[in-house]
Design a protein around this ligand. Structure first.
Ligand code: GLN
Length: 546
């Protein structure tokens, strides 16, 4: 059993500095150095999970195989480190308090006053060490910014663990911001000094500072930070802005981050080999081709809501050797026929995003109709698949009232709740969540992509294709290419006479990994690229003929 080493990652000065990506990047480097690594995220909010939070508040809800609705940073961990996380990898303050209060009600603490220290911090430590002995290294990312009231119990738990496990087995890394002030033509170290001071007030002395900055940090600046923050000079690491997040691991490696971390933890490790990773990054940065995909969604202003889909498109682009340009289209503005053709004119593929609630649904249905009629490659994810089926039922099967029961009760609810969801009363954590098996039918687009009979994909929805209407839908040309093993649930639907039209009830984006990407995204991007090249070839012929 290995003695597990713990690395705590905290953040200071301001949020959105990319702590999740820094954690995932360090995790990748340590994995490439030969260690078994996992990463945990601790979120200081009181919600039990982000499942019921608005995407504007929290960005995407990332779903694990075991059906936990989690923070989107787990997506970065899975994509960068190639690991599979579970509900054990994400803890919120809400879960910690819930657990402690339930124990209190059961009489577990009889006679005692239940307090933040030690009861809350003990429960946090239990969760921080849940993989003790199972991995060489566990990365622990603490959400929020140092100095927030909410983060205090998590920092206290981290401090206690550092003391208990000793300095050979623990390490803290603090991500800060070093702004460039134009009027003074200088980078400023004061915010970093303050945030390290705040961290030290919690009893934690950072071993390594990762300094986010837009300008290179001179040796002088780094020694100044080292001196004022009480950190080794070599451990003040500049984290410059880069073109793609996938360059971050290499940038850290160039600054020696992995070597410093291993030395401080008393580990050796094998030499770092990043050829495969770097080839992938090169493909992202300098691809040969281009495609434009229309992204039809409700939160086009707030792109963190679609993080995993965007990353899956990036991975697929790298595999297909194409830069994927996104044309953002707000579903709400898309419901009229003339508007649809204007907005979608000239794109090489159309992706309709997942979603909940009726806002923008008619626009999504219109986009699916446009893709169907114009024979444009289409990928519909979850609600995007349901909208494609509603459109097909209305305009091909001739049921103008066809709809999902989520939005209207009609005689043709082609999308509906199945009995197991009808019983559900509570909102949080009660959807069809997590990985389910899907049997792929041979001779379909889905088969061309997967080339496997049985796949597992992650779900997050309540509604399903209504089996009552399936025979008619199929008679009119809908092809069911993936189902649950008992054949009851439609997991993938396609159009028979179309160049590439695939709707999936699940979320393939959660399983797209570097560098191979996800088969459905790769085939969607390839179909879009072929469609573009065909149109270009025709245009050239016409021009030459003229
Ligand atoms: N709102 C739909 C449902 O619950 C689709 C959900 C989604 O797109 N993730 O079934």
């Amino acid at each position: 059993m290995p003695v597990t080493k713990y690395i705590f990652i905290t953040g200071g000065v301001l949020s959105s500095l990319g702590k999740g990506i820094a954690t995932a990047s360090l995790g990748l480097l340590l994995k490439l150095r030969g260690f078994s690594v996992t990463a945990l995220k601790f979120d200081p909010y009181i919600n039990v999970d982000p499942g019921t939070m608005n995407p504007y508040q929290h960005g995407e809800v990332y779903v694990t195989d075991d059906g936990a609705e989690t923070d989107l940073d787990l997506g970065h961990y899975e994509r960068f480190m190639g690991i599979t996380t579970s509900r054990l990898n994400n803890t919120t303050a809400g879960q910690v308090y819930y657990e402690v209060i339930q124990r209190e009600r059961k009489g577990y603490y009889l006679g005692k006053t239940v307090q933040v220290i030690p009861h809350i911090t003990d429960e946090i430590k239990r969760r921080m060490t849940i993989f003790d002995g199972q991995y060489d290294i566990v990365l622990i990312e603490i959400g929020g910014t140092v100095g927030d009231i909410e983060s205090l119990p998590f920092l206290e738990a981290a401090r206690q663990l550092c003391l208990e496990r000793g300095s050979q087995n623990t390490l803290t890394l603090h991500l800060t911001y070093v702004p460039y002030v134009r009027s003074a033509e200088e980078v400023k170290t004061k915010p970093t000094q303050h945030s390290v001071k705040a961290l030290m007030e919690s009893g934690i002395r950072p071993d390594i500072l990762l300094c986010r900055t837009e300008q290179r940090l001179s040796r002088e600046i780094r020694s100044k930070i080292a001196l004022f923050c009480n950190v080794d000079e070599e451990a003040v690491i500049e984290a410059l802005d880069v073109e793609t997040i996938y360059e971050v691991p290499h940038m850290f490696a160039r600054r020696g981050l992995d070597t410093i971390v291993l030395r401080k933890l008393g580990l050796q490790g094998k030499p770092l080999r990043m050829e495969r990773w770097n080839r992938f990054v090169q493909r992202i940065k300098n691809p040969r081709y281009e495609v434009t995909i229309a992204f039809v969604g409700k939160y086009t202003q707030y792109r963190d809501s679609y993080k995993s889909i965007l990353e899956a498109l990036t991975h697929a682009g790298a595999v297909a050797n194409a830069r994927v340009h996104i044309r953002w289209i707000s579903a709400e503005e898309l419901s009229l026929d003339g508007v649809v053709s204007n907005a979608l004119e000239g794109v090489d593929g159309i992706l309709v995003a997942p979603g909940f609630g009726s806002r923008g649904v008619e626009g999504k249905i219109a986009a699916a109709g446009y893709a169907r009629r114009q024979n444009i490659p289409y990928l519909g994810i979850c609600l995007g698949m349901q909208c494609a089926i509603i459109e097909f039922a209305r305009n091909v099967c001739g049921w103008p009232d066809a709809h999902s029961a989520e939005f209207a009760r009609t005689a043709h609810n082609v999308i509906d709740l199945l009995p197991e969801q009808r019983k559900v009363k509570q909102k949080g954590g009660t959807m069809r969540l997590g990985a389910y098996p899907c049997v792929i039918r041979k001779g379909t687009k889905a088969w061309e992509a997967y080339r496997q009979e049985l796949v597992y994909e992650r779900h997050r929805h309540r509604y399903e294709v209504n089996p009552d209407f399936l025979p008619t839908l199929q008679q009119h040309g809908l092809l069911v290419s993936g189902t649950s093993p008992d054949g009851r649930l439609v997991e993938i639907a396609e159009l028979r006479h179309h160049r590439w039209f695939v709707g999936v009830q699940f979320h393939p984006e959660f399983k797209s990994r570097v560098p191979e990407g996800h088969p459905l995204f790769v085939h969607f991007v390839r179909a879009a690229l072929r469609y573009r090249q065909q149109r270009q070839a025709i245009a050239t012929e016409v021009a030459q003929g003229a």
